[in-house]
Design a protein around this ligand. Structure first.
Ligand code: ADP
Ligand code: GN1
Ligand code: MG
Length: 366
């Protein structure tokens, strides 16, 4: 473990003696560590320590202001609802001088969260009920934040789900072809170009003022929710770095692209990849229930489109990163971003095949 990790650990308020530090989780963006301490009575005290990705989040101070404000707001709401604020939302551990982050000697930003015990994050769902529960949690998250003053939130990543803007970035990456990889991915490039309508569909409606901007999570993949090991209920929505004004259908869609897939996001064998209608239905039911009647009819009607748009956007982002030399998403093998891109495009194709069913399911729970 680098000495900067140790330097950071010591800057945060904690109890007991440091006994272990390990790399933790499967996030693509931040560097996450599980840090364990032993207290005087022999019990263990754990914290999640994260080195924030400064290249992705260029305004870490504003980002932490969002996280502090959103988590304090959620803690109050959870308390009012008779829940446990220590476990049902993130809790930031302050530094010894009372700040929500620490800047190390190399200029890197660190933060620490209370470790949520007795719960886990998954890369794939193990049963349909679990995915229903995660739909309920992501829907409730939107409901809990429905009255949050959206104008006070900083935009942590500009144009994050502006698929139309991302399409332009993609085209530029193809033109520049800095790694000379474009020639080898012509079918994938062609797929993006043939689906340009998916890049425009929501943004055109936003331009016309047809869609409400809500406080949304914007990164609703299954491993951003902690599932209670005993009850199997989604207890805590984590990874609040992209909580910003956004579209309800995108939170729905991003969760579908990851959790309703029959394979991992980076599965190289595309024959294993499809969008399970059973899982799609379970999540739809949970999400609509969780939103508690706040979604407009139009938003519900557009939920299947949200699934297609978010899956397309994510595949396009992976392909862009592959073309740019894997500078954004963490990779663990050569061609990793390309494998990820291919699963997403396979899912879009599968959704096109299953489109009528996807629309019928949404209407059933409207
Ligand atoms: P990234 O932005 O890189 O995805 P996350 O904030 O999602 O980072 O954290 C990465 C992983 O660390 C999560 O998927 C989860 O497994 C774990 N994790 C994050 N916060 C907590 C927490 N408070 N308690 C327990 N595990 C956590
Ligand atoms: C990233 O941070 P993480 O791993 O939860 C990314 C999402 C992508 C996702 C693809 C800030 O999510 O937008 O959909 O990877 N987060 C950011 O798995 O770019
Ligand atoms: Mg994450």
């Amino acid at each position: 473990m680098s000495c900067l990790v140790e330097e950071a650990i010591e800057r945060f308020q904690h109890e007991g003696t440091l006994v272990n530090t390990e790399i933790w989780g499967n996030g693509h963006i931040n560097n996450t560590f599980l840090v364990s301490f032993e207290k005087e009575d022999g019990s263990t005290y754990k914290m999640i320590l994260q080195q924030m990705n400064k290249q992705v989040f260029q305004k870490p101070v504003e980002l932490m202001e969002n996280v502090m404000n959103v988590t304090s707001y959620l803690q109050e709401r959870i308390l009012q609802n008779g829940g446990d604020p220590a476990r049902e939302t993130l809790n930031v551990f302050p530094t010894k001088d009372g700040r929500p982050y620490y800047v190390d000697t190399a200029g890197e930003y660190w933060r620490a969260y209370r470790f949520i015990d007795g719960a886990a994050c998954y890369e794939q769902v193990s049963c349909t009920e679990e995915f229903y529960q995660s739909g309920l949690s992501f829907g409730s998250f939107q409901r809990l934040l429905a009255e949050y003053p959206a104008e006070t939130l900083h935009e942590t990543i500009a144009d994050f789900h502006d698929t139309r803007a991302r399409f332009q970035v993609f085209k530029k990456a193809v033109e520049e072809d800095v790694c000379g990889r474009a020639a080898s991915v012509q079918p994938e490039i062609g797929f993006v170009l043939n689906h340009e309508y998916l890049a425009n569909v929501f943004m055109e409606m936003v331009d016309k003022g047809e869609l409400p901007l809500r406080v949304t999570h914007n990164d609703t993949k299954l491993n951003n929710i902690m599932i209670d090991e005993k009850t199997k209920k989604g207890i805590c929505v984590i990874d609040l770095d992209t909580v910003m004004p956004g579209l309800a259908m995108n939170d729905f869609g991003d969760a579908i692209r990851f959790g309703a897939s029959t394979a991992l996001e980076d599965e190289p064998d595309l024959t294993k990849v499809s969008c399970s209608m059973e899982l799609y239905e379970a999540f739809t039911k949970g999400f609509i229930e969780g939103c508690g009647g706040r979604l407009t009819e139009k938003e519900i009607d557009l939920m299947p489109m949200g699934a297609k748009v978010m899956t397309f956007e994510c595949g396009m982002r992976f392909l862009t990163d592959y073309l740019q030399g894997d500078v954004y998403f963490k990779i663990h093998r050569e061609g990793h971003n390309l494998d990820r891109c291919r699963t997403q495009f396979k899912l879009v194709e599968d959704m096109e095949q299953k489109w009528d069913t996807m629309c019928e399911i949404v209407q059933k729970y409207k």
